[in-house]
Design a protein around this ligand. Sequence first.
Ligand code: SF4
Ligand code: SF4
Length: 391
Amino acid sequence: MKNMNRRKFLSVSAIVGAGAIMAPHAAVATVSAKNENGAIPTRVLGKTGLKIPILSMGVMRADNPAVVRAAYNAGLTHFDTAHGYQNGKNEEMLGEFFKDKDRSTFTIATKVKANLRSPNFETEYEEQLNTSLRRLQMDYVDIFYTHAIDSLGELNDPRLLKMLQKFKSEGKVKYVGFSTHANKPTQIDEAIKTGVYDVCLISYNFKLNILSEVDAAIQRGVDAGMGFVAMKSMTGGVEDAAGKRKVDGAVCLRWVWQNKNITTTIPGFTSFDLLDNCLEAAHRPDLDANDKKYLAGLIDKNETLYCQNCEKCVSDCSKHLPIPTIMRAYMYNYGYKQPTLSKDTLMELALGINACSGCNSCTVKCPSGFKVADKIAAIMPVVDVPYSFLT
Ligand code: SF4
Ligand code: SF4
């Protein structure tokens, strides 16, 4: 509890509540002290009308309810999970934490991937939502995203649109949205055309190489009433696979908040220190000259973890492998240190561990400098590792 006298600690303790005091002291004290300076700025999420702090919690990787508690007590109100995160344990953790909280003090988003190839898609999709609601111990979620949309054919599939509208009319979800990493401008325009989607969860960070196109599409979405939530704002959190070159997350968040069309960000902090770093940013959200200099120093480096999803590699590759998704799985493992999520992502592709077998030389030329074949070889073996050995 260094840097904090007893009087100040007691006043802060009153703010954060008894539960948070049980968490590691140094971290909680720091988090709480930052919260004394006033509320986190809020923005409205498009036509949903939801007023949300610019900082939300991406719960994806968090497995410590004390971190969720600290975030909630520090003034965060929006929490983002998914049906598949931690094999459902992520939703269960949130359910346990929020079961005795006033439902008007928080909003929850969850996501389910639509398996449109299945002949039983409708039944399966509904059962997955029902399972998520059971785990969350809630009658409804505030935002239900169809997860990781890769193509326009998915986004505007009439069966999917019908199910989303059904969930909404039954009151199981308040608003519907989609999450996407690829073809963002086209996906946003298509989503506007459907008239169904209220919210878009989009990968958005200072390294985006088609920033002006993405910003213009976001503006069109906002004009049509859609709300935008940013993810992958820290470009993977680290710059190298060894995790040694850390990215300053606070600066990355400030960069995102420059765009007033982005309502909130969902960084996936897992510790009190990382939460503190995000709160520090939220309480001083304007990007300054030093921040700009820092980001400029990162922008020209060859990428190691953050894939732009430009999809050039897919046409370069003799087997047309879904390389952007494999690169995302690589980032989950080496950037986020989440091998289970990495394995889940790869299992959906059903490629086996020898995805490149039979191909003698790699023809992919990635503009970001990724050595794609090496990364594929490094990540695919996780598919064969039993879940019990993974975190
Ligand atoms: S070419 Fe490189 S940056 Fe573009 S999608 Fe493929 S791996 Fe990602
Ligand atoms: S080595 Fe792999 S990624 Fe490269 S062209 Fe061959 S199959 Fe595609």
